[in-house]
Design a protein around this ligand. Structure first.
Ligand SMILES: *Cc1c(COP(=O)(O)O)cnc(C)c1O
Length: 393
């Protein structure tokens, strides 16, 4: 046995994404106690930085000490009571997980299905809510990482509100990579993850809860079934009044890293970060199309930070990914569920959304495809991407 030294990868999959050196350095700063006054001061700043990322003034905004999936559970276990009807919009893997969460909380899930690769259809949600006046909550995924489709969170939230429902919204892949405006859009309970467009280490789940969501929590008839995720208890530690009490040992160094990642976002300016994701998406898209690869999602609904394309017929997509990893230390994502074996998911998340990554990815993919016998026009992809950058600056 000796120390573990991971290889230096370029992470262009569905997360985790490349991490800025400043974030990794922050992680190695001295550990302090999780109730140390200096640490508590850092936590207060972190809450402010998270409010900036979520574009919210919500008091209850913090990071759950666990990955995005725990952020999801935190929203469902606190807001869904046994017997509650919850409308779940499902257009990929993560919508299905929401449905499972509802049922594990004893709720009744009414599913609005849309085809994989399509956004959630607001008209279907409207029709479903008309048929289910007893519904209390609408849950949907803003950015479906399994397909690369963006849904119109603002429109879905407006419909939910018109029908007197709260919203639970998954912004794991959208936060930091495209507009997420919690207050302006009236979202009630929102969760995210640290390792996608925030480019922090995995294992933390930013969450924010608005007043209407807290009202529902306060009026519960039954206790929250999860001890660890019960907001009433967690807020004794993360709460705003400064009197912190022990709930669990916070992942101290991970929170330094999140603080640094969010500081980087603030320095760049969130609108600039959104623009940067779009720019590199346009360059990557030009290159992928020059290689003849077709996108899974129609143009207006594509996520800039997650580009899902069909692998060419007859090409062993897993062999190509292996080639990229071995020869270029480049990771791209495989297809999930219905798309397994047919689709590549190329992430441009956070610190990974940059010109050198786009050009390396296109050059490497082109070489791997040519070797696999696919008909590619050598050099065309990088040239197409450079064309997009040329028209910028
Ligand atoms: C990655 C992801 C999750 C789960 O996050 P983990 O940190 O892997 O638990 C949930 N929802 C979406 C849309 C995701 O992309």
């Amino acid at each position: 046995m000796s120390s573990f030294h991971p290889p230096q990868r370029i992470l262009m999959g569905p997360g985790p994404s490349d991490i800025h050196p400043r974030v990794l350095q922050a992680l190695s700063r001295p550990t302090v106690g999780h109730l140390d006054p200096e640490f508590v001061r850092m936590m207060d700043e972190l809450k402010d930085l998270l409010r900036y990322a979520f574009q919210t003034r919500n008091e209850v905004t913090f990071a759950v000490s666990a990955p995005g999936s725990a952020g999801m559970e935190a929203c469902f276990v606190n807001l869904v009571e046994p017997g509650d009807t919850v409308v779940v919009c499902r257009n990929g893997v993560f919508g299905e997980r929401m449905r499972q969460n509802v049922e594990r909380c004893g709720g009744r899930a009414v599913v609005v299905d849309d085809e994989w690769g399509r956004p959630v259809d607001p008209d279907k949600l409207e029709a479903t809510l008309r048929q289910h006046p007893e519904a209390k909550i609408v849950a949907f995924v803003h950015a479906e990482t399994s397909t690369g489709a963006a849904s119109d969170a603002q429109a879905l939230a407006r419909i939910a509100r018109d029908h007197g429902c709260l919203t639970i919204v998954d912004t794991v892949t959208s936060l930091g990579g495209m507009p997420v405006r919690v207050d302006e859009w009236g979202l009630d309970a929102v969760y995210s993850g640290s390792q996608k467009c925030l480019s922090c280490v995995p294992g933390l789940a930013p969450v924010t809860f608005g007043e209407r969501a807290l009202e529902k929590l306060r009026s519960r008839r039954t206790p929250v079934q999860s001890w660890f995720l019960d907001l009433n208890l967690v807020l004794g530690y993360w709460g705003g009044d400064g009197k912190r009490t022990y709930h669990h040992t916070a992942p101290v160094n991970g929170l330094y890293a999140l603080h640094e990642a969010l500081t980087l976002l603030r320095e760049e300016g969130i609108e600039n970060a959104w623009r940067r994701h779009r720019l590199h998406h346009r360059a990557l898209r030009a290159g992928l199309e020059a290689m003849g690869l077709g996108f899974v999602v129609d143009e207006p609904h594509r996520l800039p930070q997650l580009n899902a394309v069909f692998a060419p017929e007859g090409v062993d997509e897993a062999a190509v990914r292996r080639r990229l990893l071995e020869d270029y230390s480049l990771e791209i994502g495989a297809g999930l569920g219905a798309f397994a074996g047919r689709v590549w998911r190329i992430g441009l998340m956070g610190y990974a959304a940059k010109r050198q990554n786009v050009l390396v990815c296109l050059g490497a993919l082109e070489a791997a495809l040519a070797d696999a016998g696919a008909p590619v026009d050598r050099g065309a992809a990088v040239a197409a991407a450079l064309g997009v950058y040329g028209t910028q600056s």
